[in-house]
Write a protein that binds this ligand. Structure first.
Ligand code: PHE
Length: 334
């Protein structure tokens, strides 16, 4: 014989070189398993001398020792690797919980409220389902007026509508308060409009009403200017145009200088340099008649504007329908 020395070094090399439990097991089976050359030789032991048999057994014992050491070595390496890889850095900050925030329209609503509360106005809430009396009649809107039609307004019953504006709040407030009045009312309003980039059947308005001795159109303009500067910054200009509403006389619509082009003209303002903000006017004496105010004693102004409009103007939103889609990629930006 005499092959044992070579066998031993070859086996040792294979066993020590094994990089995984599987490879180690393969090496063990090859050199120490039942079919290994070593064991085959031992099985034929009755044909060999005592010395040779002792030599084979020594080789076997040695190899078993090598396997045991290698196995131990592998196990230690595995644990060490796991310790390095899975170690926890307790000084790292924890996972931050994602926090929500107020919707853009709610933010604007609160800003507008802040502006007027600062001017001494009271905030008043009116119902969204409103009688035709408050939504139209007491606002001096004649029976034949197109805004009363079922094509423009959502009717809940013959004399009940989803309010088409926040103006009925004026009447409700004046019914329950004596002048002087400084009131704003904000909330949802509904119109049967087909959605497009600048219109949606539900939107938000802020209504303002001031009634006192000697209130004029100049007070209205000053107030609107103050509001637009608070919302859009000190460089905004305000322009008023004559218009018509049944409950104000005279009536105006007011525009703000375009946020985008600095009045050079751009697609947002349709090259006019101005963006429409809302309607307003001096309260019609007929409205005072409905609430028992004396038009000889007091006068007032009222205005109404859309909060979505403010969002559009201030942030350059190209399509206000997006404000209703709750897509976080948009909402997160504000
Ligand atoms: N209510 C009117 C509208 O919805 C706006 C307005 C309010 C006009 C107050 C005059 C006075 O268009």
């Amino acid at each position: 014989m005499g092959w044992e020395t070579d066998y031993l070094s070859e086996a040792r090399e294979a066993i020590v070189g094994a990089r995984s439990e599987t490879a180690l097991e393969q090496a063990r089976v090859k050199y120490l398993g039942r079919r290994s050359r070593l064991n085959e030789a031992l099985r034929g032991a009755k044909d060999i001398s005592v010395e040779e048999r002792a030599e084979l057994n020594r080789t076997k014992t040695q190899l078993e020792g090598v396997v045991a050491t290698a196995r131990e070595e592998l196990r230690r390496a595995t644990i060490e690797q796991a310790l390095t890889k899975e170690q926890v850095d307790v000084t790292l900050p924890g996972l931050a919980l994602e926090r929500g925030h107020l919707h853009l329209i709610t933010q604007i609503r609160r800003e507008v409220e802040d502006v007027f509360v600062g001017l001494g106005y009271e905030i008043f809430d009116g119902p969204e389902v409103e009688t035709t009396y408050y939504n139209f009649t007491a606002l001096n809107t004649p029976e034949w007026h197109p805004s009363r039609s079922h094509g423009d307004t959502f009717y809940v019953a013959d004399d009940l509508v989803l309010r088409t504006h926040t103006s009925p709040g004026q009447v409700r407030y004046m019914e329950s308060h004596e002048p002087p009045v400084y009131m704003i009312s904000l909330g949802r309003v509904y119109r049967r409009d087909t959605p497009d980039p600048t219109r949606y059947p539900i939107f938000h308005q802020v209504e303002g009403l001031a009634v006192d001795k000697g209130i004029t159109l100049a007070d209205l303009k000053g107030t609107l200017m103050y509001l637009s500067r608070a919302l859009f910054g000190p460089d905004r200009k305000v322009r008023i145009r004559t218009s018509y509403f049944p409950f104000t006389e005279p009536s105006i619509e007011f525009d703000v200088s375009c946020f985008r082009c600095g009045q050079e003209g751009c697609p947002s303002c349709r090259y006019s340099g101005w963006l429409e903000m809302g309607g307003a006017g001096v309260v019609d004496p007929n409205v005072f008649g409905y609430v028992g105010y004396d038009p000889e004693e007091v006068s007032g102004f009222a205005f109404g504007l859309g909060l979505e409009r403010i969002a559009m103007l201030r942030h350059g939103l190209p399509d206000l329908r997006e404000l209703w889609e709750n897509d976080l990629r948009l909402l997160r930006q504000f």
